[in-house]
Structure formats: structure tokens, C-alpha cells
Ligand binder design. Structure first.
Ligand code: PDD
Length: 284
């Protein structure tokens, strides 16, 4: 089955799908996006993703190119045409095409792109053995709560992680606190068994997976605090893990080469991952 992309009103062969060279997303990263998981052909946590998309658009004063009802139809059609049962949908909205000028164009028409692809099966080595993270300075802007396509600092940090043999880079703000990963939210479990993750301020993206895992933690009755934590605190934590739509929940077993706790995944991250997978399966 050949892949199909939705681009500004048309379903096109993926290999030749394109936007104009003066699309403001291309020239200024003037756009936003969402990545939504497809589970058994259904869209997981569609509501919070659409709510976050609407918020990102509003913060950048980009008009939604279509209603949520219409967007739901397009996303499902792209999933269907690509034969995706388990995978992701990528939704991108830019301010549109206009002669290059930093200020908003007088009459730009926002451009919607939707693609979908199958998910690679979860890497069992990462699930069972955990992953390594490094820490890097957070050099991003002050509105990381907006899911903007401007991801260059994230790209550079993830590449550095790759080159250092790590899975993810945890970004560190000017106060020495960890904000989040390059494409994941960061969590630790303190020696007194309290789960800690940064509160959803403008330094992090309020992950939809983060929200689902917070809900699970509350429901299961674990101690929980949403607050910043330092690199030193993370390094002396009992356990650590990370979350995102793409990787779900993975244990973190080392930070900057030093083991977290005993250097092995714990029962808690396994339990939370299982609860999250149950939550995901319920969407079918
Ligand atoms: N990234 N933090 C950042 C900076 C992210 O880019 C993401 C998601 C997350 C986790 O958000 P969620 O749980 O809603 O996926 C946190 C997506 C998956 C990406 O860019 O591919």
C-alpha cells in the first residue's frame, strides 16, 4: 500500500506531497504540530491532543484551518488510506504561504498537513533494560508550552545524546533544574517513594502522556509532587523514567553515565507502563 498525505485540502502520494517554498513553516518555523498515537485504528487521547493544538494555535494567533469535527475526519481518512492500525498521526498547521516578511501576512491562509505511519514495535531492550540520558543546557525559548515546529535546540540536543550513546537529553534550565527531554517529559522517584515531575509551566510541553500518567499515579494512590527537580536530585533519585506519545513510558537507568539507584528499572515504572498500555488499549 503506497503512503498518502493530506496537504492543504488534497490527499496526495506521500513521496510527491509538498508545500510551497514560501510556506512560513519552512521559512520561520511559524507553525504548530501534534503527534497522536493510533491504537487498533483509533486515535488515543484525541481530545487532549486537539485541546493542546487549539491552545498552541491561539497562542500564536493562527486561525484553525478547519473545525475539530472536520479535522477528526481528515485524520481518520489519512489513517485509513495508509492502512495504519498501530502507529502515529502527525498534524501540522502553519500560518500559510506569503512573501517573506517577519510580521504576520495580511491575508495568510493556514495550511494543514496530516500524515500517518506505522509504529515500530516497542524496543524491548529499552522497556526491560531502561535507557540512558545525558543532561544538556536548555537553550530553548521561554514558551516551550507551545507545541511549535521550531525544534532546532531539541534536534541538536537529541543528536548529542545519540552521539554519546544515550537515548535522550534532559535539558537543564538556568536554575539548574531539569525542564524536560527533547521529545519526552522527565520524571524521578525520590528515595522516599514520591513521584516528581515538573509542573506544567512555560518551560515544558504539557505532554498528553504526562497527563495520562499523572492520572494513573493519582488513581493508584502513589505520592506525587509536581515541582522542578535539580540534576543533583535526579542523579541521587531512587528511580527515573520518561514519557511521550511515541515511546509511552521508558525507565531511565543512567544520567550522564552514572546509574540511577541500582541502575535497573524498578517495579513502579513497569506498573505505570502497564497501566498506561491498558489505558491505551481501552481506546479501541
Ligand atoms: N514530542 N516534551 C517535548 C519537548 C515533546 O516534543 C514531547 C512530544 C513531549 C511529550 O508529549 P506527549 O506526551 O504529548 O507526546 C514532551 C512528540 C512526540 C514529537 O515531537 O515527536
Amino acid at each position: 500500500m503506497s503512503r498518502v498525505a493530506y496537504v492543504d485540502g488534497q490527499y496526495l502520494p506521500h513521496r510527491s506531497a509538498a508545500v510551497h517554498i514560501e510556506d512560513r513553516g519552512y521559512q520561520f518555523a511559524d507553525g504548530v504540530y501534534e503527534v497522536i498515537a493510533v491504537v487498533g485504528g483509533c486515535l488515543l487521547d484525541e481530545e487532549p491532543h486537539l485541546a493542546r493544538l487549539a491552545r498552541s494555535l491561539a497562542e500564536l494567533r493562527i486561525t484553525a484551518p478547519m473545525s475539530n469535527a472536520a479535522l477528526r475526519v481528515v485524520m481518520r481518512e489519512v489513517v485509513r488510506r495508509n492502512g495504519v492500525r498501530d502507529g502515529i498521526v502527525y498534524v501540522q498547521i502553519t500560518r500559510g504561504v506569503a512573501p517573506r516578511d517577519h510580521a504576520f501576512p495580511a491575508s495568510a491562509r493556514p495550511i494543514l498537513v496530516v500524515t500517518s505511519r506505522r509504529r515500530r514495535p516497542a524496543d524491548l531492550r529499552a522497556v526491560d533494560g531502561g535507557v540512558a540520558v545525558i543532561t544538556v543546557p536548555d537553550i530553548r525559548w521561554q514558551r516551550c508550552d507551545i507545541k511549535s515546529v521550531a525544534l532546532l535546540p531539541n534536534v541538536l540536543a537529541k543528536q548529542r545524546a545519540r552521539e554519546e550513546g544515550a537515548f535522550e537529553a534532559w535539558q537543564v534550565d538556568r536554575d539548574g533544574k531539569i525542564s524536560e527531554g527533547t521529545s519526552t517529559n522527565a520524571w524521578i522517584v525520590t528515595p522516599d517513594a514520591t513521584v516528581v515531575t515538573r509542573q506544567a509551566d512555560s518551560a515544558i510541553l504539557n505532554g498528553v502522556t504526562r497527563l495520562a500518567v499523572l492520572e494513573i499515579i493519582r488513581r493508584e494512590g502513589y505520592n506525587l509532587i509536581e515541582r522542578p527537580f535539580s540534576v543533583a536530585e535526579a542523579k541521587s533519585a531512587h528511580k527515573a523514567f520518561l514519557t511521550s506519545t511515541v515511546v509511552e513510558l521508558l525507565p531511565v537507568v543512567s544520567i550522564d553515565g552514572a546509574p540511577v539507584g541500582n541502575g535497573h528499572p524498578g517495579a513502579l515504572s513497569r506498573k505505570l507502563r502497564d497501566c498506561y498500555l491498558t489505558h491505551a488499549a481501552a481506546t479501541k
